[in-house]
Structures are given as structure tokens and as C-alpha cells.
Design a protein around this ligand. Sequence first.
Ligand code: TPP
Length: 295
Amino acid sequence: FSYDEFMNQLFGNELDYGKGRQMPIHYGSRKLHYMTISSPLATQIPQATGYAYGQKLAGDGHCTIVFFGEGAASEGDFHAALNMAAVHEVPVIFFCRNNGYAISTPSIEQFAADGVAPRAFGYRMHVIRVDGNDVLAVLAATREARRIAVEQNKPVLIEAMTYRLAAHSSSDDPSGYRSKKEEEAWRDKDPIQRLKHWLVARDWWDDDEEKALQETLRREVLETMKRAEKRPPPPLDSLVTDVYADVTPALQRQLDRLKTHIRLYPEAYPRGARSLDPDVKAREADSDADRQGGE
Ligand SMILES: Cc1ncc(C[n+]2csc(CCOP(=O)(O)OP(=O)(O)O)c2C)c(N)n1
């Protein structure tokens, strides 16, 4: 997934595969067999079980991996998905990132047991708990889980123990629910710094190379951003497509009314939306619907 693909999704421009309908970072790629990220927590977990069941039936030796947080693991969907995967013996890896917090809720307020891993025993499922801040350990754990899933047609739960150093989002302020001291203790275990130390200790990397790489990447990302922000949004008609095979009359009326509105008040709309078909006309039916408060 290239920087351009990431950036097009962030801007929701005409090249975004999701046609601007998803929140930022909710990317997906059919080409890479990567299902779109879903905001409703845990919905992806039963989907993964279902997809992996299909892979088992197809018999091509493939498996599915699904990622979620320990907060999402408190949803009913998590339990339904794990139970079904264990009963039907499907090749799926449930990868739980236990970073200690579901936004402001610490994991000690979410479950009484020792994390998420022990639940696997209840479902009679393989489980691996791993230091989530050790990149190579996570790689080894995931490879082993994949081997089990593919060779034995069995689900595996991985619980990667980690910490969310930053805020959950730009509207979250961690100082309201945890101490700086707690954060500092985890800062020393930063997985990126640990991998760097590991590489430097073997003379495979040094500070100069890192500085140069960071500068190159920074430039590339900014250039990608400039390219993506210049692209227009997806065509307005895509607001009403992809839901029904044929656009329903009600949706068509709404779209026509929107186009009329844009034509009458172009200054109220972003630049990209103004370049619409200038022949769009107000329809009698629309004004009727307006009067009746129809839609
Ligand atoms: C069903 C549902 N409930 C609530 C939310 C709001 N919400 C978004 S992220 C989040 C916390 C998620 O915590 P966790 O699963 O531990 O993942 P993390 O963000 O820590 O990686 C919540 C409650 C949501 N998106 N979906």
C-alpha cells in the first residue's frame, strides 16, 4: 500500500478506493486482500472467522489475520467469533493489541482476569502472549500462529502486550486519566527505539543513516500530501451508488436536488463540488417533495 494510496484515502479524493465515504485511516485494498477498517469496534472479528471458514472450504492453504484492541475484545462479537472459529476449526489468527487503554478506560477496569489471553483456554484454542514492543518477537509469534492456522486449520489468539504512549485521538487528553510517571516507564520500551538499538549494536544502522532516512521520508510524505490534496473529490453521483444495484427514485431525487442547490449557491460548497453538470435542472417533483417535507 503506497504513500499515495494512504494519502488519497486520508483526503478522500477521486482516487480513494472508498470514494471518500470512510473516516481517515479506514483504508482497505482488494489488491492486497486487506479488508477496510471498520469503526464499529469488533465487527471485523466475526467477519474474519467467516472469511477464514471460506478459506478452509476452498482448501488453498490460506488464512486470515484480524487486529483489534483489548477494548474491542470486551464486545460480544469477539466471543462469538472465537467460539465459532474454535468449533469449526478455521484458519484465523486473532491478533489482540493490549495497549492498556480503551481511550480513557484502563484495562483493569475492563476485565477482572489477567488480560485477554486466558480466554483462549475457555474456547480450547491455541494462544500466544508476546511482548508487543519487541518487533522480532511479534514477527516470530505471528509466523508460528500462521503455521498452526494453515497446517492444522486451527484458530490462534495472539495477545501482544504494549502501551499507547500517545493520546487515543486528537480529541483525547491522557493527562485526565493517567500520570506522566506511568508514561515515562513505557517510553523506555519504545519498540522503534529498541529495534534501532538492536540494529546499531550489530553495526547494521547508525544515527547518520537514520537522520538521512527520516529526511527522505519526510520529503516524500509531504510531496505525496501535496499531490493528494490537489485531486478533486470523487464524482458527486457516487454519493448514491454502490448501495442498491439501481439507484432508487428517492435517492435520485435527493441527488438532483443537491445538484440544483450547488448550482444556485456555489459559494457554499467546496471547489470540487462546483464543477458539476451545469445542465442540472430543478425538477417539479423536487419542489413538491420540498413542500410536503417529503424526504
Ligand atoms: C461499538 C463501538 N463502541 C464504541 C466506539 C468508540 N470507540 C472508538 S475506539 C474505542 C476504544 C477502543 O479501544 P481498544 O479496542 O482497546 O483499541 P485501541 O484504540 O486502544 O487500540 C472506543 C470505545 C466504537 N468505535 N464502536
